[in-house]
Write a protein that binds this ligand. Sequence first.
Ligand SMILES: Cc1cc2nc3c(=O)[nH]c(=O)nc-3n(C[C@H](O)[C@H](O)[C@H](O)COP(=O)(O)OP(=O)(O)OC[C@H]3O[C@@H](n4cnc5c(N)ncnc54)[C@H](O)[C@@H]3O)c2cc1C
Length: 120
Amino acid sequence: MYRYGIYTRVPLARWNIGRVTLLGDSAHAMVPFQAQGAAQAILDAAVLGDVLAGATPAEVPGALDRYVRGRLPAATGMQAGSARAGDDYHLPDGPEARARDARMAAHAAAHRFLPQARGW
Ligand SMILES: Cc1cc2nc3c(=O)[nH]c(=O)nc-3n(C[C@H](O)[C@H](O)[C@H](O)COP(=O)(O)OP(=O)(O)OC[C@H]3O[C@@H](n4cnc5c(N)ncnc54)[C@H](O)[C@@H]3O)c2cc1C
């Protein structure tokens, strides 16, 4: 069996200072149980591109503040959600795991993820 470590970090209260900012894993490394790390990094880049478009050098710190206000709460929420999903996926066999399985089956059926719900 191949084993590797998965490392994360505690949520940061701020990502930027002056004309410098973090994005992607450097800002919000998360466990991979919602498959959101790279997705969140791409969203960071898109918002960063928007706020910096046309900004003069003097406007960059303010633009970075807007970027962080737009992205930090959502990315931090995703870090927490991914951690919760990891706990949920790794429950030992028993009543909690069975309750999780029932919850996930109900969710999948409600959202028509299951093949039988789609008539396949
Ligand atoms: C097992 C696993 C499964 C995952 N599955 C998914 C998934 O399904 N969907 C998803 O969205 N995300 C997934 N992720 C998360 C995703 O891989 C990361 O969130 C994403 O790669 C972060 O991108 P990044 O550019 O911020 O950092 P990185 O991809 O880590 O890029 C940083 C780069 O900087 C380079 N670097 C570091 N230090 C220096 C230096 N001093 N000078 C120059 N270069 C430097 C590194 O070599 C690296 O190339 C998964 C992660 C893991 C571990």
